[in-house]
Design a protein around this ligand. Structure first.
Ligand SMILES: Nc1ncnc2c1ncn2[C@@H]1O[C@H](COP(=O)(O)OP(=O)(O)OP(=O)(O)O)[C@@H](O)[C@H]1O
Ligand SMILES: [Mg+2]
Length: 470
């Protein structure tokens, strides 16, 4: 009903420009929408509806001349300028040239590995980096990797920095080592060799190439959880098997805290705990600096004001000093500004963005799940959305899982598999899984959803599964 008004303008007169009238009227329409109980519509949506009504009107009257005017006018419409200059600079994989407030730790890493430039064959190093979520562990290691490679290259030392996230390989040593070998031997087969064999191939390849490697094992706790002390031995004792040969392989192990080391036996633990760099949580002023660095790279000049950056930093500070949260929130706020077709990122855009962000879980963690893990997690989300309960029995979730499988035309997996999914998601700290012994019902498994609102999780997973089924 609301959109009929501008359409009539156009129908009755082609002068002044029908689209300009619409643009003017958009504001009025939007204001009217604000008075309605529904969500306010964005300019883009209104424009879309208005345009389609216009075309309907014109085509109904079969007026070729009028249709031509409309098409011409549309191409003259001023298109909305994005607040972003280069939003890729806010991508999680972007590595900035400088890391504000991590200079000291960067220097320390360079010190620990300085032997690589001078006498690389004589030493190998093991360093652990710890720190809470979003404190810059991954980006610090990657930044260091780029610096040390360029430093050693100047001295004609053939060094490769390899960064592997253990969680992506489900904490399994063999594929992790395979990935390292493929840096030099891209066709090395993924299957058919044990972890020990792949490790000795890696050393052999490094010898053949007269090369050195700093291998960073990110989210190392997932490797410890999955493989235990054995894997740590294999990695750290490799040189003992090659007495007299050059040292070629150094390690950086990244984990949020040292708790998982408690699962290791004493001697495996002692091979690890040498140099530990702990990254303190960022304070608010530090987060402001980190965000400001991205503002100049990612946003148009003046598109985001100091106060708004301050607000985002404040929110990231309350989220445990998490820089990722701040950067993601800034990107989302920009997206809201663009969708609203406003010139600047307004505080309201930040508030809208923050209410739609998933705290406690990283989007990349969800993206890395397998199809049936996603379906299972969607079942958990749906269950808790529909039932106001803190706990659910695994058997109840299993029923919802089967329903979703049917909806998307997938064969449901066995109970054992479902149990494995629950265990895996519990290790990722998305779910909590408890086995209860009750005298009446025997043993039952209770599931609870930790720090993510069920409806947010459902939305995120539904979108991701839609993409898969398309
Ligand atoms: N000092 C910094 N300067 C610039 N950007 C930073 C800094 N610290 C962190 N970031 C950015 O914040 C985001 C999160 O950092 P990073 O991924 O390194 O955190 P993390 O400690 O590895 O977190 P997690 O424990 O969740 O893996 C990344 O986009 C990273 O580029
Ligand atoms: Mg990380």
């Amino acid at each position: 009903m609301l959109v009929a008004r501008p359409a009539q303008h156009v129908a009755l007169s082609s002068k002044p420009s029908p689209f300009l009238i619409i643009v003017k009227d958009l504001k009025n329409i939007r204001e009217c929408c604000h008075k309605l109980p529904q969500q306010p519509l964005s300019y883009k949506t209104i424009l879309g509806v208005v345009t389609s009504k216009l075309y309907l009107y014109v085509s109904k009257h079969n007026n070729v001349a009028k249709r031509k005017i409309l098409v011409d006018e549309e191409s003259n419409l001023p298109s909305h300028q994005s607040v972003f200059k280069d939003e890729a600079k806010l991508d999680i994989n972007y590595i900035p040239q400088q890391l504000p407030h991590r200079e000291k730790e960067h220097r320390l890493l360079m010190e620990f590995f300085s032997f690589l430039s001078r006498y690389p064959e004589r030493m190998a190093q093991r360093v652990i980096i710890t720190g809470d979520v979003g404190t810059g562990k991954t980006v610090l290691a990657q930044h260091f990797g780029a610096s040390i490679v360029s430093e050693t290259n100047k001295r004609a030392v053939k060094l490769r920095y390899v960064h592997i996230n253990c969680r992506e390989y489900r904490g399994s040593l063999q594929p992790i080592l395979h990935q390292a070998v493929t840096v030099f031997r891209p066709k090395y087969p993924a299957r058919g060799y044990s972890a020990d064999e792949v490790l000795s191939t890696l050393m052999q390849v490094l010898d053949e190439e007269n090369a050195f490697m700093v291998l960073t094992l990110d989210e190392f706790d997932s490797l410890i959880d999955n493989e235990g002390s054995d894997a740590v031995y294999k990695l750290t004792r490799i040189q003992e098997m090659r007495q007299g040969k050059p040292q070629r392989l150094s390690f950086i192990f990244i984990m949020r805290d040292l708790k998982s080391l408690a699962h290791l036996d004493e001697s495996a633990r002692s091979t690890l705990q040498r140099s530990i760099i702990n990254l303190e949580r960022y304070g608010k002023p530090q987060l402001v600096d980190i965000l400001n660095q991205r503002v100049s790279l990612a946003f148009e000049l003046g598109a985001i004001e100091e106060d708004v950056v301050d607000l985002i930093a404040e929110l990231a500070f309350t989220e445990t000093g998490n820089a990722r949260f701040g950067i993601e929130l800034m990107w989302r706020s920009g997206k809201y500004a663009d969708a609203e077709q406003v010139e600047m990122v307004e505080p309201e855009c930040v508030r809208m963005a923050v209410s739609n962000i998933i705290p406690g879980v990283r989007r990349s963690d969800l993206a890395g799940l397998g199809l049936h893990e996603k379906i299972f997690l969607l079942a958990v989300a749906r269950y808790f959305k529909e039932n106001e309960q803190a706990y659910a029995l695994l058997s109840e979730i299993e029923k919802t899982y089967a329903v979703i499988c049917e909806e998307i035309g997938e064969q449901p997996n066995s109970h054992t598999q479902i149990w494995n999914y629950a265990q895996f998601l519990s290790k990722m700290r998305i779910l909590k899984v408890e086995v209860e012994s009750s005298t009446t019902r025997g043993r039952s498994t209770r599931i609870s959803l930790l720090s993510i609102p069920a409806h947010e999780l459902e939305k995120e997973l539904s979108t991701s599964l839609e993409k898969v089924s398309r």
